[in-house]
Every structure is written in C-alpha cells, then in structure tokens.
Design a protein around this ligand. Structure first.
Ligand code: MN
Length: 241
C-alpha cells in the first residue's frame, strides 16, 4: 500500500555516506513499499547507459534486487542524469517516467516532475535545458569516447556553478506561475517535485481550488523521502547517522 518518493540523491564517488544511506533505504523500508518513485538527480552525473561506472553498476544491482522482490520502481531523469535512459531502467527493473507524468495515488491524480522545468525565472538555464535535451545533441554526445564525455560534463558543471553563483540563490526556485500553469494543464490539485533542494509542503489556492505542492529534499546532509500510506502524504527527513 505504501508509496515512496525521493529525488536529488546526487550520488557520486566522492560521497560514499550518501550512497550508503540510499542503499539502506533500498534494502530496508523500500522493500515494504508497493512502489518507489525516483524523481531525478539520482546521480550527480551520468555519462550514458553504456558507461555506468562502478557506482552505476552498484545502483543498478541494488535497484534490480529491490524490483525483483515485487516493488514497482519508477525513474525520472533529472538535470544531472538526463542521459539515464531505457537501458538503465531495463537493467534496474524500473519504468522510465517522462517528465512530467500524472500518477494515480489512491483516488487522487498527482503530477510528478523533477522540477527544473518550473524554474522559468532562469532564462539562461532554460536555454541550456532545451539544448542538452535535443535528440541530436544527445546522440552526438553519446557517440563520443567516455573520456571526452567526462571532460565535457566537468566543463558544463564548472560553467553552471559560475552561472548559479551570479543568481540570487544557488538554485533558482520554481515560478508560481509555471506551477499553476502545469497543474491547470494536468487538471490536478497536487504536485510533487524535487530539484530546488527546498523541502516543504506549500498550500495555496488556484482557480478557487485548494492546491498542494510538495517539494522533496536533497540528500546532501540527510535523506528525504515522501511517504504515502493510504491516508495521506508525509514528507520525512531521514537523519544520517
Ligand atoms: Mn535537479
């Protein structure tokens, strides 16, 4: 009955503490859930399904082991791991979700998205987002040798850090207009997303309807999971011991 949502683990070789905590979730509480939704930025960087690396292989094995127990696993791409694709999902026993997707939780339709597409206040970022998601750009990048891909990914990260340092805060927050537009288009009153690293439950009115926007937290200093237990949603911080 239980459904779990998480995002923004940003798993990386340099942070074994995050990987260990996430693996504990997969090997523990997630086993009792009906489904687990990973809404983007599972990895800090993903260079292609053909080059998962040691950490990627470790996660594929852990996810495959979880899905083999009968837990339904859903994966969405984030802005860090947008090259995570069908082959990764097939090996992990997961279904790839397009961004955004409407999922039915109990009797409620809920819009789920990574969240970066809602940050329309950052025009430079949205231009970069369209560029890297262009199918031809994707194909050309994936055709490069792995060392060249790594080099380009590092350059892009350095560039985005420089850009973000000039923005008001490290990651631009979502725009309320974009949120309401997305919810209106989907015909939902509940939205779940990550990306902004600002975990919170926001309640507001849109078109005279009571609406809720739940923001998943990142895993930099602690874990963050949204749990639905058949009655309602609970956004939980998971202390790292
Ligand atoms: Mn993100």
């Amino acid at each position: 009955m239980t459904r779990l949502f998480a995002s923004d683990m940003h798993l990386d070789q340099s942070r074994p503490d995050i990987t260990a905590q996430f693996l504990q979730l997969l090997d523990g509480p997630a086993r009792d859930a009906q489904s687990l939704y990973l809404l983007g930025d599972l990895f800090e960087v993903w260079l292609g399904d053909d080059e998962p690396g040691e950490l990627g292989e470790q996660l594929i094995a852990a996810l495959a082991s979880l899905s083999a127990t009968g837990v339904s696993l859903f994966v969405m791409q984030g802005n860090r791991d947008f090259l995570m694709d069908e082959r990764f999902c097939e090996r992990a026993g997961a279904s790839l979700l397009v961004d955004p997707t409407i999922v039915t939780i109990g009797s409620e339709r809920v819009l789920v998205t990574h969240g970066d597409a809602l940050c329309t206040g950052d025009a430079a970022y949205q231009r970069l987002r369209s560029l890297v998601r262009d199918p031809q750009v994707r194909r050309e990048f994936l055709a490069l040798p792995i060392d060249r891909r790594r080099e380009l990914a590092e350059q892009a990260r350095a560039g985005s850090r420089a850009h973000l340092a000039e923005a008001d805060e490290y990651i631009t927050d979502v725009s309320q207009d974009a949120v309401e537009r997305a919810m209106r288009t989907a015909g939902v009153t509940k939205l779940v997303h990550g990306h902004t690293h600002r975990p919170a439950v926001h309640r507001f009115q849109c078109d005279q309807l009571d609406c809720t926007r739940i923001v998943l937290g990142d895993w930099h200093h602690q874990g963050s999971v949204l749990r639905w237990d058949g009655q309602g949603f609970e956004l939980m911080a998971l202390p790292r011991t």
